[in-house]
Design a protein around this ligand. Sequence first.
Ligand SMILES: Nc1ncnc2c1ncn2[C@@H]1O[C@H](COP(=O)(O)OP(=O)(O)OP(=O)(O)O)[C@@H](O)[C@H]1O
Ligand SMILES: [Mg+2]
Length: 224
Amino acid sequence: MDTILETKNVTKVYGEGDNRVVAVDSVTLALKRRELLLIMGPSGSGKTTLLSIMGCILHPSQGDVVLDGRTVSGLGSDALPDIRKRFFGFVFQSFNLFPSLKAAENVELVLRLKNHDKKRLKTEALELLDKVGLGKRSDFYPSDMSGGEKQRVAFARALAGDPPVILADEPTANLDSKTGMDVLRLLRALAEDFGKGIVIVSHDPKAEGFAHRAVFLEDGRIKE
Ligand SMILES: Nc1ncnc2c1ncn2[C@@H]1O[C@H](COP(=O)(O)OP(=O)(O)OP(=O)(O)O)[C@@H](O)[C@H]1O
Ligand SMILES: [Mg+2]
């Protein structure tokens, strides 16, 4: 099946009474393998909430998430950590690298968490850094790397364990324009050359030129 992830009428409500906010409102979306999908929309429109639901980090108030044909809400919450490990690589705006670990060690750490073969940790980490064009920086600490390089380490880490889906929240927000383009180009290549389904949330108008498809959120709803 070509579709790797679907949300079906997903709604998320935060708070109650006067504090009630419908952050995501009946969103139905499908992500294919090899697709780079862009989610745009103003601040507060529900982008991060939707991405968190897609990544099974947040439970929807209503609706279903379907991963590779299996409905997630039918599974117990015990199953979620394992699903997150197998299905997703996450990348955030702020890189979230460990400053005291070298680039390769940052990647190895995630491989370890995903129970990767211990004998192959170092080789595999180098291979992943190579994929994102950072083979030569494996011994660098985050403090000695540029923003774009740090973001690429974050993508190498997201690829650890070979998950079919990568979810990235504002991956170019802390980057200058040219570096942002490099990261977007890399994302497109990860989708097309490595078959990943990738969702990025971005305010960055440049992102539209790299995505295969863009959807626009407003007040939690997809605007046609
Ligand atoms: N944990 C929370 N508790 C209560 N309300 C929340 C929570 N997280 C988000 N919201 C509200 O839900 C709505 C959507 O928030 P969300 O963070 O998904 O927006 P966003 O599109 O990612 O915004 P931004 O572009 O600023 O990151 C907002 O009105 C926000 O205030
Ligand atoms: Mg957000």
